[in-house]
Design a protein around this ligand. Structure first.
Ligand code: IVH
Length: 661
């Protein structure tokens, strides 16, 4: 009797949830709903043996975890490739047509949240997992159960996995941030971060309070249900009670697609949630199969990303920084603004000419955007907003740190501080030496290096390896303890073993970046060999031109630099290349290769590395200078271009055979 009533209550509440949250069509009043839910809570309290794991009471949260369990995705959760403009959309369409497909697409909103995989068994939600690295995610079942737009029970007792996006509405985001500010907490930068932060709460009560939502957009196993188009998959999932975005549309051609994009670009601000683009998916599932996948993305779908948003703010000041080579960079100090989710306070202004060409004045209202979605850029001053109080830009004449006169190098736009004893140059060189891509001294952050420099513990590269002499003093410093100093000492000791390319890069030879350092390390194998290499020999190495060669020779001709190298050597820093050797092979030496399509045996990085080890070079575009194009399955337009130009085409088997010749 009680059991029956219990089941009935669950049914009523589930249905009310579905009508309200998924269909947006309430069928009972809030008071009625609360009454049923209260009753259910009471019943479970009185009869804990009845309580089901998919009961709507779970939506309130309550369980607190120590950590999230790992979940392995049976089918990897892939991400999407991006396109940024019409011509890239047209190329995407052309790649599909080239396979003989007559494409129809489903266009969908690209919800700005985090993806989730939901597993249902016999219609019950049993597991929810984050994407993680695509293969292994985290078990967030408890938190997902609190999301009212995720059904705990489907309309059919079916086993199924579905995927979608968890997000936070703009309204919830704004009120959450208001609350956080009142409580003296740091506000979330954007709804996506807020959603991600909420789903990673170990206490599901907190997750429940965040009022997250979810749209479902992907069925990883459509063939199990006899489904042949993506649109059908969406309808099928809607029929199970899952929440499918009503804006999804089948488009018959590119012009309909562009229309859809234009419409939603204009109307995105009217949506109650944030979107950052439009997802384009091939509708026919057999055609999807034909297109296949790269290691990271499906080739049958792509994401059109909206152009970077421009935002106005004030240019408060222009300040100058000194790099490790002495190069002086003007930087914009901005009144903090949020652009595409992150707060921007600074932006590089590159050099004097850049500032003057844009006619930037201190006090200007300027427009800001994030170039390529990451690096903030000052686009232009809004001249109409000038009041006359703006201060014109003036390039400084003396180093802001050591006050020595600044000069340009021949024919260059940048000013440099040429004082070899400028403190800032030393500090920046030390920061570079310890950085991740150089000697990778873990825990040796910029501030610590600056402090140690000012305390006279650190001046030259070799001083890193003598820091253990000051252990007693360091432990006394604020922010350090025995443990953290021990960790730092271990990291320093470990960095001694880095392979030669890291050391070459760490030295900070002008114009020698990470890639050049690798080429030099592979070619010379020891630092002494590189030091002794003559100019002629250096310029004969592919990819090394006159500027780099001269830079290397100049660097090692300075006594100061040679002394640094000598002391590193004495302290036992590895000076040898650890890694595979170049085995020069006539089929590859000094030749340039382009790879297109999916290879079977190698990833892109692997085959490129092999080519480099054979003395060749990998390039991304086909030209007359390309020696051969290596072609895998589903090759792109590079293959056509190679055929047009009559460039030799190698299969993966050809490649393997020629390696051994
Ligand atoms: S489909 C194999 N559809 O965008 C299909 N993704 O940048 C994979 N996203 O990881 C995804 N809205 O988190 C798809 N309508 C939509 C989407 C969507 C948002 C997210 C998703 C994905 C990311 C790729």
């Amino acid at each position: 009797m009680i059991e029956k009533h219990y089941e009935e209550l669950i049914k009523i509440i589930n249905e009310a949830d579905y009508n309200y949250h998924t269909l947006d069509r309430p069928t009972i009043t809030d008071q009625e709903y609360d009454k049923y839910l209260r009753e259910l809570f009471d019943l479970e309290y009185a009869h804990p043996e009845l309580a089901r794991s998919d009961s709507p009471t779970q939506r309130a949260g309550g369980q607190v975890l120590d950590q999230f369990k790992k979940v392995t995705h049976k089918i990897p959760m892939l991400s999407l490739s991006n396109v940024f403009n019409e011509s890239e959309i047209i190329s995407f369409d052309a790649r599909i047509k080239k396979e003989g497909i007559d494409p129809k697409y489903v266009a969908e909103l690209k919800i700005d949240g985090l993806s989730v995989s939901l597993q249902y068994e016999k219609g019950k939600l049993v597991k929810a997992a984050t994407r993680g690295d695509g293969v292994i995610g985290e078990d967030i079942t408890n938190n997902v159960k609190t999301i009212k737009t995720v059904p705990l029970q489907l309309k059919r007792d079916i086993d199924i996995e579905v995927r979608g996006e968890i997000y936070m509405s703009k309204e919830v985001f704004n009120s959450l941030n208001e609350l956080r500010v009142q409580e003296g907490l740091e506000p979330f930068q954007n709804p996506r971060n807020a959603a991600a932060g909420s789903i990673r709460q170990l206490d599901s009560k907190i997750a429940a309070s965040r009022k997250l939502e979810c749209w479902i957009y992907h069925l990883p196993n459509p063939e199990d249900y006899g489904i042949t188009t993506h649109m059908e998959a969406l309808q099928f999932m809607a029929g199970l009670g899952l929440r499918i975005n009503p804006n999804n549309r089948l488009v018959n051609n590119i012009s309909e697609l562009l229309e859809f994009i234009e419409h939603h670009t204009e109307n995105r601000d009217n949506l109650p949630y944030e979107i950052d683009g439009i997802v384009i998916k091939l509708n026919s599932l057999p055609d999807q199969k034909k297109m296949g996948y790269t290691a990271k993305y499906p080739k049958w779908a792509t994401a059109y990303k909206f152009p970077a948003k421009q935002v106005l703010t004030r240019l408060v000041d222009i300040i100058f920084t000194v790099g490790r080579t002495g190069q002086i960079t003007p930087n914009a100090v901005l009144e903090p603004v949020i652009v595409q989710g992150s707060t921007i306070r600074r932006a590089t202004l590159h050099n004097e000419d850049y500032v003057k060409n844009k006619d930037l004045r201190i006090g200007d209202i300027v427009s800001i955007r994030k170039a390529a979605d990451v690096i903030p850029e000052v686009v232009e001053p809004i001249k109409e907003r000038r009041t006359g109080d703006e201060k014109p830009f003036e390039m400084i004449k003396f180093c802001p740190i050591c006050h020595s006169p600044l000069m340009k190098k021949d024919g260059q736009v940048d000013y440099y501080c040429f004082n070899p004893n400028c403190d800032r140059k030393h500090i920046e060189s030390l920061i570079h030496f310890a950085s991740r891509k150089a000697m990778n001294i873990d825990g040796m952050g910029d501030r610590i290096i600056e402090d140690f420099y000012n305390l006279n513990y650190l001046h030259r590269f070799a001083d890193f390896y003598k820091l253990s002499d000051y252990k007693k003093e360091l432990v006394e410093l604020e922010g350090f303890g025995d443990k953290s100093i021990d960790n730092l000492m271990d990291a320093i000791e470990n960095s001694k073993k880095q392979s030669l390319e890291k050391l070459i890069f760490a030295l900070g030879i002008p114009n020698v970046g990470e890639k050049t350092a690798k080429i030099l390390a592979m070619k010379y194998e020891t630092l002494d060999n590189l030091i002794n290499a003559d100019y002629e020999e250096l310029i004969n190495i592919p990819d090394i031109g006159e500027i780099i060669a001269k830079s290397i020779k100049d660097y090692f001709s300075l006594r100061f630099n040679m002394e640094q190298v000598e002391s590193l050597k004495e302290l036992g820093i590895n000076m040898k290349y650890i890694g595979e050797r170049v085995q020069e092979n006539d089929n590859f030496y000094n030749k340039t290769f382009v790879i297109t399509g999916t290879l079977e045996k190698y990833t892109r990085d692997e085959i490129e590395e092999r080519i480099e080890l054979l003395g060749g070079k990998a390039s991304s575009s086909v030209s007359k200078k390309t020696s051969a194009v290596i072609v895998g399955s589903n090759p792109g337009s590079k293959y056509d271009k190679a055929r047009e130009l009559g460039i030799p085409i190698w299969s993966e088997e050809d490649f393997d055979r020629l390696i051994n010749e």
